[in-house]
Design a binder for this molecule. Sequence first.
Ligand code: MRU
Length: 363
Amino acid sequence: MKIDGTHYRTIWLAGDGWAVEVIDQTKLPHEFSTVRLETANDCARAIKDMTVRGAPLIGATAAYGLCLALRADPSDASLDAAYEMLAATRPTAVNLKHALDEMRAAVAPLGTQARAEAAYACAAALCDADVEICRMIGVHGLSIIRGIAEAKPGQPVNILTHCNAGWLACVDWGTALAPIYMAHDAGIPVHVWVDETRPRNQGAALTAFELGGHGVPHTIVADNAGGHLMQHGLVDMCITGTDRTTATGDVANKIGTYLKALAADASDIPFYVALPHTTIDWSLTDGVAQIPIEERAAREITHMTGRTDKGEIVTVEISAPGSPAANYGFDVTPARYITGLVTERGVCAASREGLLGLYPERN
Ligand code: MRU
């Protein structure tokens, strides 16, 4: 996608051909800057501190982390140590493990001299595949939006989304936002309700930044506004991303997604979840019981960072000093609240049968 007329992916190789550059998402929307990653440790830190975030981008960054580790030392010990360190960075998004497994399978059988070059080729292929997968999610999701638009000619389709599941969360295009970009580009009038998505405000900071950059009409709302909007007929559909999807169609996504799904169910509003196959954990059958939910630092709840009227970026404490805070990063939306899963292979029911219909090789 473009920033000020220049096309960017979220991750790319630096001009020297070996270091990795990423957009520093902790600085957005107030400052656009990039960070150079030179070691596997740099990649692990970038994932942990959320310089990069979003399930597919975490996977891509980990893949390049392995490249950097093997460039420095292509031994088995180096491969194993980097794999373990990168896999431990964030627990919920399964794309991380998926990317690392694919990388390891590609390089482990090779002699040490051949590993680094093969790793870079594999990481580049993973990134290119992610772009194409997200584009196809957009194509399939577009038909849902088009269907709703045809039922209300001349009026915008109001879409509610949570967190950031746009191009910043992936390599390009995004998951939940890809259909929205395609609908907008196709001339379908869309308007997006952007949940601010406390505590880190990925909606207000990142989704709004992306949509604004592409010219998509949108409005930021407090996380608690969704139920009200739905009760009053102001939402035609919801679409979110997911960080891990069970084989039975439960999804883990940014904390608060579940409450939106409950409200949508109560108001009979379709609730879609967009995902690449790399988000599916085929080994799980019960999301609530089995998906590990990340708990992050309390400071993300008790403090907020923003820009003052004078243009300074400051962090302030917003809670009663000394009060403890619990910071759950994700929640699980059970499959029964999900109208459909939008994948690169098409739209299916959120169920084992639905997913196997699209991915029969998993049967
Ligand atoms: O904690 P984050 O910002 O990495 O969480 C990201 C999300 O929850 C996204 O919605 C998600 O990764 C799904 S799709 C790109």
